[in-house]
Design a protein around this ligand. Structure first.
Ligand SMILES: CC(C)(COP(=O)(O)OP(=O)(O)OC[C@H]1O[C@@H](n2cnc3c(N)ncnc32)[C@H](O)[C@@H]1OP(=O)(O)O)[C@@H](O)C(=O)NCCC(=O)NCCS
Length: 159
């Protein structure tokens, strides 16, 4: 485990973290479909969403957002909506910790499976999730403004 992992405190986000989360998002998703600050604020208020941040000293190194949704059959599904780690702190194990945190919240909420969508053009993202027991579920042509997406899924037996 790196020093960064050891010192990283993952906690629930506060309303006052949203501006910093938005700043990180603007850097790492530059050129991709980006959230507006307004979208962050409205999602933050939703009872079906949970925002987590990774605090390193006085800095935020990254964030993760989980969503839950009731299906027509009454069961709950989970979604890893986004994991974003600041460029300076990538590849130090924080993304992995953040993914686990979001998943643990979803599992405690009683979800049956977890979906996530990611770019079909960035194979390392697929690798990141496959290492965490997600499997390819579906192609999503034109899912993003300028490129295709894929949906990956983790079923209950792999939690
Ligand atoms: C993708 C992202 C969340 C991964 O977080 P991270 O903290 O950098 O990743 P970790 O250090 O926890 O790495 C976990 C595993 O993911 C894989 N991985 C992560 N980034 C990778 C990269 N750029 N290239 C290849 N593999 C990568 C590695 O296999 C790694 O496993 P290993 O340590 O056994 O090699 C982060 O790099 C990021 O925020 N990227 C930009 C935003 C983004 O694309 N988010 C995901 C879409 S929602």
């Amino acid at each position: 485990m790196s020093n960064v992992e050891l010192n990283c405190q993952i906690r629930l986000a506060k309303r006052t973290d949203l501006a910093k989360i938005h700043q990180i998002e603007e850097v790492i998703f530059k050129g991709f479909d980006q959230f507006t600050f307004r979208r962050f604020k409205s999602l933050f208020k939703s009872p079906n969403a949970r925002f987590f941040v990774c605090e390193l000293g006085s800095e935020l190194a990254g964030f993760g957002i989980g969503l839950k949704k009731k299906l027509a059959n009454g069961k709950l599904m989970g979604r890893v909506y986004v994991i974003g780690i600041s460029p300076n702190y990538q590849k130090k194990g924080i993304g992995q910790m953040m993914l686990k945190t979001v998943e643990n919240w979803l599992i405690l909420e009683g979800i049956e499976f977890i979906n996530l969508e990611t770019s079909a053009m960035r194979p390392h993202l697929r690798t990141f999730y496959e290492k965490n027991n997600y499997v390819f579920y579906k192609n999503l042509p034109d899912y993003y403004e300028d490129f295709d997406g894929i949906r990956l899924r983790k079923n209950k037996e792999n939690f």
